[in-house]
Design a protein around this ligand. Sequence first.
Ligand code: ADP
Ligand code: MG
Length: 448
Amino acid sequence: MSMISLKGLRHSYLSEPNGDEDWALKRMSVDWSDGGAYALLGPSGCGKTTLLNIISGLITPTEGEVWFDDRNVTEIPPDQRNIAQVFQFPVVYDTMSVYDNLAFPLRNRGVAEGEVDAKVREIADMLDLSETLHNRAAGLTADGKQKISLGRGLVRSDVNVIMFDEPLTVIDPHLKWILRSKLKELHQQIHRTMIYVTHDQTEALTFADQVVVMHEGTVVQIGTPVELFEKPRHTFVGHFIGSPGMNVLPCSLENGTAYFGGHAVPTNHPVAHKADGERLEIGIRPEFVRFADDGIPVQIAKVSDAGRFSIVEANHGDHIIKLLVPDGQAMPSENARLYFDPARTQVYVDGYPFWRFFVKIFIPTIAAGIGVAAFFCFMFSWVELLLAKTLTSVAAKPIAVTMTRTASTSGYELGLLAAAGCLTIVPGAFVIYFVRNYIAKGFALGRV
Ligand code: ADP
Ligand code: MG
Protein backbone atom coordinates (compact mmCIF):
# COMPACT_ATOMS: atom_id res chain seq x y z
CA MET A 1 0.00 0.00 0.00
CA SER A 2 1.22 3.48 -0.62
CA MET A 3 0.40 7.13 -0.93
CA ILE A 4 -0.09 8.23 -4.51
CA SER A 5 1.13 11.70 -5.51
CA LEU A 6 0.48 13.33 -8.83
CA LYS A 7 2.97 16.14 -9.28
CA GLY A 8 2.47 18.93 -11.81
CA LEU A 9 0.51 16.60 -14.04
CA ARG A 10 -0.77 17.69 -17.43
CA HIS A 11 -1.98 15.61 -20.35
CA SER A 12 -2.94 16.19 -23.95
CA TYR A 13 -3.88 13.58 -26.53
CA LEU A 14 -2.47 15.89 -29.21
CA SER A 15 1.19 15.83 -30.19
CA GLU A 16 1.47 19.62 -30.21
CA PRO A 17 -1.08 21.12 -27.83
CA ASN A 18 -1.56 24.86 -28.11
CA GLY A 19 -4.57 26.37 -26.42
CA ASP A 20 -6.14 25.54 -23.08
CA GLU A 21 -8.76 23.38 -24.79
CA ASP A 22 -6.07 21.04 -26.19
CA TRP A 23 -5.34 19.70 -22.70
CA ALA A 24 -7.59 16.84 -21.54
CA LEU A 25 -6.04 17.37 -18.09
CA LYS A 26 -4.91 20.86 -17.13
CA ARG A 27 -2.07 21.14 -14.65
CA MET A 28 -2.81 19.49 -11.32
CA SER A 29 -1.09 18.19 -8.22
CA VAL A 30 -3.12 15.78 -6.11
CA ASP A 31 -2.19 13.47 -3.20
CA TRP A 32 -4.24 10.35 -2.52
CA SER A 33 -3.51 9.21 0.99
CA ASP A 34 -2.98 5.58 1.85
CA GLY A 35 -6.18 3.71 2.62
CA GLY A 36 -8.55 6.53 1.64
CA ALA A 37 -11.95 6.05 0.03
CA TYR A 38 -12.03 8.58 -2.78
CA ALA A 39 -14.62 9.46 -5.35
CA LEU A 40 -13.57 11.17 -8.55
CA LEU A 41 -16.65 13.11 -9.54
CA GLY A 42 -17.34 15.16 -12.65
CA PRO A 43 -19.42 15.29 -15.80
CA SER A 44 -18.66 13.19 -18.85
CA GLY A 45 -15.55 14.33 -20.72
CA CYS A 46 -13.91 16.19 -17.81
CA GLY A 47 -10.90 13.86 -17.75
CA LYS A 48 -11.69 11.25 -15.09
CA THR A 49 -10.73 8.20 -17.16
CA THR A 50 -7.59 9.95 -18.41
CA LEU A 51 -6.55 10.57 -14.80
CA LEU A 52 -7.14 6.93 -13.79
CA ASN A 53 -5.22 5.67 -16.80
CA ILE A 54 -2.28 7.88 -15.84
CA ILE A 55 -2.29 6.48 -12.29
CA SER A 56 -2.44 2.90 -13.58
CA GLY A 57 0.20 3.55 -16.24
CA LEU A 58 -1.95 2.90 -19.32
CA ILE A 59 -1.16 6.50 -20.31
CA THR A 60 2.14 8.33 -19.78
CA PRO A 61 1.36 11.96 -18.93
CA THR A 62 2.58 14.65 -21.31
CA GLU A 63 4.02 16.52 -18.33
CA GLY A 64 4.47 15.83 -14.63
CA GLU A 65 5.15 12.79 -12.50
CA VAL A 66 3.34 9.99 -10.68
CA TRP A 67 4.83 8.88 -7.35
CA PHE A 68 3.93 5.91 -5.17
CA ASP A 69 5.36 6.86 -1.78
CA ASP A 70 8.96 7.87 -2.50
CA ARG A 71 9.16 6.06 -5.84
CA ASN A 72 8.72 7.85 -9.16
CA VAL A 73 6.65 5.41 -11.25
CA THR A 74 5.92 7.73 -14.20
CA GLU A 75 7.79 5.51 -16.65
CA ILE A 76 6.96 2.18 -15.02
CA PRO A 77 4.57 -0.09 -16.96
CA PRO A 78 1.09 -0.91 -15.56
CA ASP A 79 1.86 -4.53 -14.64
CA GLN A 80 4.58 -3.38 -12.25
CA ARG A 81 2.44 -0.83 -10.46
CA ASN A 82 0.37 -3.29 -8.44
CA ILE A 83 -2.95 -1.69 -9.25
CA ALA A 84 -6.38 -3.21 -9.76
CA GLN A 85 -8.57 -1.36 -12.23
CA VAL A 86 -12.21 -2.11 -12.90
CA PHE A 87 -13.43 -0.60 -16.16
CA GLN A 88 -16.79 0.81 -17.15
CA PHE A 89 -17.61 -2.27 -19.21
CA PRO A 90 -16.95 -5.88 -18.16
CA VAL A 91 -13.58 -7.41 -18.95
CA VAL A 92 -13.97 -11.18 -18.49
CA TYR A 93 -12.66 -14.35 -20.12
CA ASP A 94 -15.83 -15.79 -21.68
CA THR A 95 -14.39 -19.27 -22.10
CA MET A 96 -13.49 -19.62 -18.42
CA SER A 97 -15.81 -20.37 -15.50
CA VAL A 98 -16.72 -17.64 -13.03
CA TYR A 99 -14.39 -19.33 -10.52
CA ASP A 100 -11.43 -19.33 -12.89
CA ASN A 101 -12.07 -15.73 -13.84
CA LEU A 102 -11.92 -14.68 -10.20
CA ALA A 103 -8.90 -16.88 -9.53
CA PHE A 104 -6.99 -15.60 -12.55
CA PRO A 105 -5.31 -12.51 -11.00
CA LEU A 106 -4.13 -14.64 -8.05
CA ARG A 107 -2.91 -17.64 -10.05
CA ASN A 108 -1.13 -15.22 -12.35
CA ARG A 109 0.96 -14.13 -9.38
CA GLY A 110 1.65 -17.66 -8.20
CA VAL A 111 -0.54 -17.59 -5.10
CA ALA A 112 -0.96 -21.04 -3.48
CA GLU A 113 -4.13 -22.86 -4.61
CA GLY A 114 -5.53 -23.13 -1.05
CA GLU A 115 -5.32 -19.39 -0.59
CA VAL A 116 -6.80 -18.83 -4.07
CA ASP A 117 -9.79 -20.96 -3.20
CA ALA A 118 -10.47 -19.18 0.09
CA LYS A 119 -10.19 -15.75 -1.48
CA VAL A 120 -12.34 -16.60 -4.52
CA ARG A 121 -15.11 -17.97 -2.29
CA GLU A 122 -14.98 -14.93 -0.01
CA ILE A 123 -15.31 -12.50 -2.93
CA ALA A 124 -17.95 -14.62 -4.69
CA ASP A 125 -19.96 -14.64 -1.50
CA MET A 126 -19.74 -10.89 -1.20
CA LEU A 127 -20.92 -10.36 -4.75
CA ASP A 128 -23.60 -13.06 -4.70
CA LEU A 129 -21.75 -15.14 -7.28
CA SER A 130 -21.43 -18.31 -5.17
CA GLU A 131 -24.30 -20.06 -6.92
CA THR A 132 -22.83 -19.50 -10.36
CA LEU A 133 -19.15 -20.15 -9.54
CA HIS A 134 -18.90 -23.14 -11.89
CA ASN A 135 -20.93 -21.69 -14.77
CA ARG A 136 -19.17 -20.39 -17.82
CA ALA A 137 -18.85 -16.60 -17.84
CA ALA A 138 -20.18 -16.47 -21.42
CA GLY A 139 -23.68 -17.36 -20.27
CA LEU A 140 -23.97 -14.49 -17.79
CA THR A 141 -25.88 -11.22 -18.19
CA ALA A 142 -24.05 -7.86 -18.40
CA ASP A 143 -24.74 -7.44 -14.66
CA GLY A 144 -23.19 -10.78 -13.84
CA LYS A 145 -20.13 -10.12 -16.00
CA GLN A 146 -19.54 -6.76 -14.38
CA LYS A 147 -19.75 -8.40 -10.97
CA ILE A 148 -16.93 -10.69 -12.09
CA SER A 149 -14.92 -7.62 -13.15
CA LEU A 150 -15.49 -6.12 -9.72
CA GLY A 151 -14.49 -9.40 -8.11
CA ARG A 152 -11.27 -9.55 -10.13
CA GLY A 153 -10.46 -6.06 -8.89
CA LEU A 154 -11.12 -6.97 -5.28
CA VAL A 155 -9.59 -10.44 -5.08
CA ARG A 156 -5.94 -9.40 -4.74
CA SER A 157 -4.77 -8.26 -1.34
CA ASP A 158 -1.36 -6.95 -2.47
CA VAL A 159 -2.51 -3.97 -4.55
CA ASN A 160 -1.58 -0.32 -3.94
CA VAL A 161 -4.95 0.96 -5.03
CA ILE A 162 -8.21 -0.34 -6.47
CA MET A 163 -9.72 1.95 -9.09
CA PHE A 164 -13.29 1.69 -10.32
CA ASP A 165 -14.15 3.60 -13.49
CA GLU A 166 -17.93 4.12 -13.43
CA PRO A 167 -18.26 0.39 -12.66
CA LEU A 168 -21.99 0.35 -12.10
CA THR A 169 -23.05 1.86 -15.46
CA VAL A 170 -24.22 -1.49 -16.81
CA ILE A 171 -25.63 -2.74 -13.51
CA ASP A 172 -29.35 -2.93 -12.90
CA PRO A 173 -30.54 0.07 -10.79
CA HIS A 174 -31.73 -1.99 -7.82
CA LEU A 175 -28.40 -3.84 -7.68
CA LYS A 176 -26.39 -0.62 -7.90
CA TRP A 177 -27.29 0.44 -4.41
CA ILE A 178 -26.45 -2.98 -2.96
CA LEU A 179 -23.08 -3.19 -4.72
CA ARG A 180 -22.11 0.33 -3.75
CA SER A 181 -22.87 -0.40 -0.10
CA LYS A 182 -20.81 -3.59 -0.39
CA LEU A 183 -17.83 -1.70 -1.80
CA LYS A 184 -18.05 0.79 1.06
CA GLU A 185 -18.30 -2.08 3.56
CA LEU A 186 -15.32 -3.76 1.96
CA HIS A 187 -13.30 -0.56 2.17
CA GLN A 188 -13.99 -0.43 5.89
CA GLN A 189 -12.76 -4.02 6.23
CA ILE A 190 -9.60 -3.88 4.18
CA HIS A 191 -8.65 -0.17 4.34
CA ARG A 192 -7.12 -0.24 0.90
CA THR A 193 -6.98 2.98 -1.15
CA MET A 194 -9.98 3.03 -3.47
CA ILE A 195 -10.74 5.55 -6.19
CA TYR A 196 -14.29 5.38 -7.42
CA VAL A 197 -15.04 7.33 -10.59
CA THR A 198 -18.56 8.52 -11.21
CA HIS A 199 -20.58 11.36 -12.68
CA ASP A 200 -23.35 10.70 -10.15
CA GLN A 201 -23.15 12.82 -7.00
CA THR A 202 -25.21 10.38 -4.93
CA GLU A 203 -22.79 7.57 -5.74
CA ALA A 204 -19.81 9.78 -4.93
CA LEU A 205 -21.18 11.15 -1.68
CA THR A 206 -22.31 7.78 -0.34
CA PHE A 207 -19.10 5.96 -1.18
CA ALA A 208 -16.34 8.42 -0.43
CA ASP A 209 -14.66 10.01 2.57
CA GLN A 210 -13.01 12.49 0.21
CA VAL A 211 -14.52 13.63 -3.07
CA VAL A 212 -12.30 15.00 -5.83
CA VAL A 213 -14.45 17.19 -8.07
CA MET A 214 -13.28 17.68 -11.66
CA HIS A 215 -14.46 20.20 -14.22
CA GLU A 216 -13.03 20.68 -17.72
CA GLY A 217 -9.76 18.89 -16.99
CA THR A 218 -9.13 20.62 -13.66
CA VAL A 219 -9.59 19.53 -10.05
CA VAL A 220 -11.79 22.32 -8.67
CA GLN A 221 -12.15 21.03 -5.11
CA ILE A 222 -11.18 18.14 -2.87
CA GLY A 223 -13.21 17.73 0.28
CA THR A 224 -15.56 15.71 2.41
CA PRO A 225 -19.18 15.58 1.24
CA VAL A 226 -20.04 18.11 3.98
CA GLU A 227 -17.30 20.53 2.89
CA LEU A 228 -18.43 20.36 -0.72
CA PHE A 229 -21.93 21.15 0.37
CA GLU A 230 -21.16 23.88 2.89
CA LYS A 231 -18.13 25.54 1.36
CA PRO A 232 -18.10 25.10 -2.39
CA ARG A 233 -14.90 26.69 -3.66
CA HIS A 234 -16.20 27.06 -7.18
CA THR A 235 -19.63 27.80 -8.59
CA PHE A 236 -19.38 24.53 -10.51
CA VAL A 237 -19.14 22.54 -7.25
CA GLY A 238 -22.06 24.48 -5.79
CA HIS A 239 -24.16 23.81 -8.83
CA PHE A 240 -23.11 20.20 -9.44
CA ILE A 241 -23.48 19.04 -5.84
CA GLY A 242 -26.78 19.34 -4.03
CA SER A 243 -30.27 18.74 -5.23
CA PRO A 244 -31.28 21.27 -6.33
CA GLY A 245 -27.83 22.85 -6.79
CA MET A 246 -26.64 26.22 -5.56
CA ASN A 247 -28.27 29.36 -6.97
CA VAL A 248 -25.67 31.25 -8.99
CA LEU A 249 -26.75 34.83 -9.69
CA PRO A 250 -24.90 37.64 -11.47
CA CYS A 251 -24.03 40.57 -9.24
CA SER A 252 -22.31 43.91 -9.21
CA LEU A 253 -20.20 45.56 -6.53
CA GLU A 254 -20.42 48.99 -4.99
CA ASN A 255 -18.26 50.06 -2.07
CA GLY A 256 -17.57 46.46 -1.15
CA THR A 257 -21.25 45.43 -1.13
CA ALA A 258 -22.69 42.95 -3.62
CA TYR A 259 -25.87 43.94 -5.46
CA PHE A 260 -28.23 41.62 -7.27
CA GLY A 261 -30.90 43.28 -9.40
CA GLY A 262 -30.31 46.58 -7.58
CA HIS A 263 -30.72 45.02 -4.13
CA ALA A 264 -27.86 44.78 -1.63
CA VAL A 265 -27.00 41.21 -0.68
CA PRO A 266 -25.05 41.13 2.59
CA THR A 267 -22.41 38.46 3.05
CA ASN A 268 -20.11 37.58 5.94
CA HIS A 269 -17.41 36.49 3.51
CA PRO A 270 -14.82 38.79 1.90
CA VAL A 271 -15.91 40.47 -1.31
CA ALA A 272 -13.63 41.21 -4.25
CA HIS A 273 -13.07 44.45 -6.08
CA LYS A 274 -14.23 43.90 -9.60
CA ALA A 275 -11.59 44.05 -12.27
CA ASP A 276 -12.44 44.52 -15.92
CA GLY A 277 -13.72 41.48 -17.73
CA GLU A 278 -14.29 39.43 -14.59
CA ARG A 279 -17.52 37.64 -13.93
CA LEU A 280 -18.96 38.27 -10.49
CA GLU A 281 -21.60 35.96 -9.09
CA ILE A 282 -23.41 35.36 -5.85
CA GLY A 283 -23.68 31.74 -4.76
CA ILE A 284 -26.36 30.70 -2.27
CA ARG A 285 -27.81 27.25 -1.71
CA PRO A 286 -31.62 26.80 -1.80
CA GLU A 287 -31.40 25.53 1.80
CA PHE A 288 -30.28 28.98 2.99
CA VAL A 289 -32.83 31.16 1.19
CA ARG A 290 -36.10 31.99 2.94
CA PHE A 291 -39.12 34.20 2.62
CA ALA A 292 -38.90 37.44 4.60
CA ASP A 293 -40.64 40.80 4.97
CA ASP A 294 -37.68 42.60 3.50
CA GLY A 295 -35.32 41.51 0.72
CA ILE A 296 -35.35 40.68 -2.95
CA PRO A 297 -38.84 40.92 -4.48
CA VAL A 298 -39.83 37.79 -6.45
CA GLN A 299 -42.78 36.06 -8.08
CA ILE A 300 -43.35 32.44 -7.17
CA ALA A 301 -43.27 30.47 -10.42
CA LYS A 302 -43.41 26.83 -9.36
CA VAL A 303 -43.75 24.74 -6.21
CA SER A 304 -42.77 21.04 -6.24
CA ASP A 305 -43.37 18.69 -3.36
CA ALA A 306 -40.18 16.86 -2.31
CA GLY A 307 -41.36 15.02 0.81
CA ARG A 308 -40.53 16.89 3.99
CA PHE A 309 -40.11 20.16 2.12
CA SER A 310 -41.13 21.91 -1.07
CA ILE A 311 -38.79 23.18 -3.75
CA VAL A 312 -39.93 26.66 -4.70
CA GLU A 313 -38.81 28.38 -7.89
CA ALA A 314 -39.11 32.14 -7.65
CA ASN A 315 -38.44 34.64 -10.44
CA HIS A 316 -36.68 37.94 -10.14
CA GLY A 317 -36.66 39.40 -13.63
CA ASP A 318 -35.15 36.69 -15.86
CA HIS A 319 -33.45 34.97 -12.97
CA ILE A 320 -34.73 31.91 -11.19
CA ILE A 321 -33.96 31.53 -7.48
CA LYS A 322 -34.69 28.19 -5.85
CA LEU A 323 -35.44 27.77 -2.16
CA LEU A 324 -36.52 24.95 0.12
CA VAL A 325 -39.54 25.54 2.29
CA PRO A 326 -40.23 23.04 5.12
CA ASP A 327 -43.58 21.28 5.02
CA GLY A 328 -46.32 23.16 6.81
CA GLN A 329 -44.62 26.55 6.53
CA ALA A 330 -46.86 29.23 4.99
CA MET A 331 -45.83 30.76 1.68
CA PRO A 332 -46.64 34.36 0.82
CA SER A 333 -49.28 34.68 -1.90
CA GLU A 334 -48.18 38.13 -2.99
CA ASN A 335 -45.30 40.58 -2.47
CA ALA A 336 -42.93 37.70 -1.80
CA ARG A 337 -39.42 38.70 -0.79
CA LEU A 338 -36.33 36.58 -0.27
CA TYR A 339 -33.63 36.73 2.36
CA PHE A 340 -30.20 35.15 1.79
CA ASP A 341 -28.39 33.98 4.95
CA PRO A 342 -25.22 36.18 4.94
CA ALA A 343 -23.19 33.39 6.58
CA ARG A 344 -23.95 31.16 3.57
CA THR A 345 -23.72 33.76 0.81
CA GLN A 346 -20.48 33.85 -1.16
CA VAL A 347 -19.34 36.14 -3.94
CA TYR A 348 -17.41 34.30 -6.65
CA VAL A 349 -14.98 35.89 -9.09
CA ASP A 350 -14.95 33.94 -12.36
CA GLY A 351 -16.19 30.91 -10.49
CA TYR A 352 -13.85 31.15 -7.48
CA PRO A 353 -14.72 32.89 -4.19
CA PHE A 354 -12.71 36.02 -3.51
CA TRP A 355 -10.35 34.72 -0.86
CA ARG A 356 -9.28 31.92 -3.15
CA PHE A 357 -8.83 34.36 -6.01
CA PHE A 358 -6.69 36.53 -3.74
CA VAL A 359 -4.56 33.80 -2.21
CA LYS A 360 -4.15 31.59 -5.28
CA ILE A 361 -4.15 34.11 -8.10
CA PHE A 362 -3.55 37.69 -7.06
CA ILE A 363 -0.71 37.18 -4.57
CA PRO A 364 1.04 34.63 -6.82
CA THR A 365 0.77 36.98 -9.78
CA ILE A 366 2.52 39.81 -7.98
CA ALA A 367 4.84 37.53 -5.97
CA ALA A 368 7.59 37.56 -8.59
CA GLY A 369 7.48 41.37 -8.63
CA ILE A 370 7.66 41.50 -4.85
CA GLY A 371 10.53 39.00 -4.94
CA VAL A 372 12.55 41.01 -7.47
CA ALA A 373 11.88 44.27 -5.58
CA ALA A 374 12.95 42.60 -2.34
CA PHE A 375 16.13 41.40 -4.04
CA PHE A 376 17.07 44.87 -5.25
CA CYS A 377 16.21 46.45 -1.90
CA PHE A 378 18.42 43.89 -0.25
CA MET A 379 21.28 44.52 -2.67
CA PHE A 380 21.05 48.27 -2.24
CA SER A 381 20.92 48.13 1.54
CA TRP A 382 23.88 45.76 1.48
CA VAL A 383 25.89 48.23 -0.56
CA GLU A 384 24.71 51.05 1.72
CA LEU A 385 25.95 49.09 4.69
CA LEU A 386 29.36 48.58 3.14
CA LEU A 387 29.50 52.27 2.23
CA ALA A 388 28.54 53.30 5.73
CA LYS A 389 31.19 50.98 7.11
CA THR A 390 33.88 52.35 4.84
CA LEU A 391 32.97 55.97 5.57
CA THR A 392 32.56 55.71 9.29
CA SER A 393 34.54 52.60 10.21
CA VAL A 394 32.23 52.25 13.16
CA ALA A 395 29.65 49.63 14.07
CA ALA A 396 27.64 49.62 10.83
CA LYS A 397 28.82 46.15 9.92
CA PRO A 398 26.84 43.12 8.94
CA ILE A 399 27.04 40.32 11.48
CA ALA A 400 28.56 37.94 8.96
CA VAL A 401 31.46 40.34 8.31
CA THR A 402 32.09 40.93 11.99
CA MET A 403 32.14 37.20 12.58
CA THR A 404 34.66 36.47 9.82
CA ARG A 405 36.86 39.34 11.01
CA THR A 406 36.85 37.99 14.51
CA ALA A 407 37.74 34.54 13.21
CA SER A 408 40.61 35.66 10.96
CA THR A 409 41.70 39.02 9.61
CA SER A 410 43.26 37.49 6.51
CA GLY A 411 40.00 35.68 5.67
CA TYR A 412 38.13 38.94 5.60
CA GLU A 413 37.66 39.33 1.82
CA LEU A 414 36.74 35.68 1.40
CA GLY A 415 34.33 35.79 4.31
CA LEU A 416 32.70 38.90 2.92
CA LEU A 417 32.13 37.21 -0.42
CA ALA A 418 30.77 34.05 1.19
CA ALA A 419 28.43 36.01 3.43
CA ALA A 420 27.18 38.09 0.52
CA GLY A 421 26.67 34.90 -1.52
CA CYS A 422 24.72 33.18 1.23
CA LEU A 423 22.53 36.13 1.94
CA THR A 424 21.71 36.95 -1.69
CA ILE A 425 20.50 33.37 -2.16
CA VAL A 426 17.57 34.09 0.17
CA PRO A 427 15.56 36.46 -2.05
CA GLY A 428 16.54 34.37 -5.09
CA ALA A 429 15.09 31.23 -3.50
CA PHE A 430 12.02 33.19 -2.53
CA VAL A 431 11.46 34.25 -6.16
CA ILE A 432 12.03 30.75 -7.54
CA TYR A 433 9.70 29.18 -4.96
CA PHE A 434 6.83 31.51 -5.75
CA VAL A 435 7.25 31.36 -9.50
CA ARG A 436 7.31 27.56 -9.48
CA ASN A 437 4.53 26.96 -7.01
CA TYR A 438 2.11 29.74 -7.60
CA ILE A 439 2.55 31.35 -11.00
CA ALA A 440 2.52 27.87 -12.52
CA LYS A 441 -0.63 27.04 -10.56
CA GLY A 442 -2.18 30.32 -11.60
CA PHE A 443 -1.63 29.38 -15.22
CA ALA A 444 -2.96 25.89 -14.57
CA LEU A 445 -6.18 27.33 -13.18
CA GLY A 446 -6.46 29.34 -16.36
CA ARG A 447 -6.58 32.50 -14.28
CA VAL A 448 -3.41 34.31 -15.30
P1 ADP B 1 -14.33 11.24 -18.62
O1 ADP B 1 -13.82 9.89 -18.21
O2 ADP B 1 -14.40 12.21 -17.49
O3 ADP B 1 -15.64 11.15 -19.34
P2 ADP B 1 -12.08 11.26 -20.46
O4 ADP B 1 -10.85 11.19 -19.62
O5 ADP B 1 -12.51 9.99 -21.11
O6 ADP B 1 -13.29 11.89 -19.63
O7 ADP B 1 -11.87 12.34 -21.59
C1 ADP B 1 -11.38 13.63 -21.35
C2 ADP B 1 -11.19 14.35 -22.68
O8 ADP B 1 -10.18 13.72 -23.44
C3 ADP B 1 -12.45 14.36 -23.54
O9 ADP B 1 -12.53 15.60 -24.18
C4 ADP B 1 -12.19 13.25 -24.55
O10 ADP B 1 -12.82 13.54 -25.77
C5 ADP B 1 -10.68 13.28 -24.69
N1 ADP B 1 -10.15 11.94 -24.96
C6 ADP B 1 -10.29 10.84 -24.18
N2 ADP B 1 -9.65 9.78 -24.68
C7 ADP B 1 -9.08 10.21 -25.83
C8 ADP B 1 -8.25 9.59 -26.83
N3 ADP B 1 -7.88 8.30 -26.72
N4 ADP B 1 -7.84 10.36 -27.86
C9 ADP B 1 -8.19 11.66 -27.95
N5 ADP B 1 -8.94 12.31 -27.05
C10 ADP B 1 -9.39 11.61 -26.00
MG1 MG C 1 -14.69 8.00 -18.42
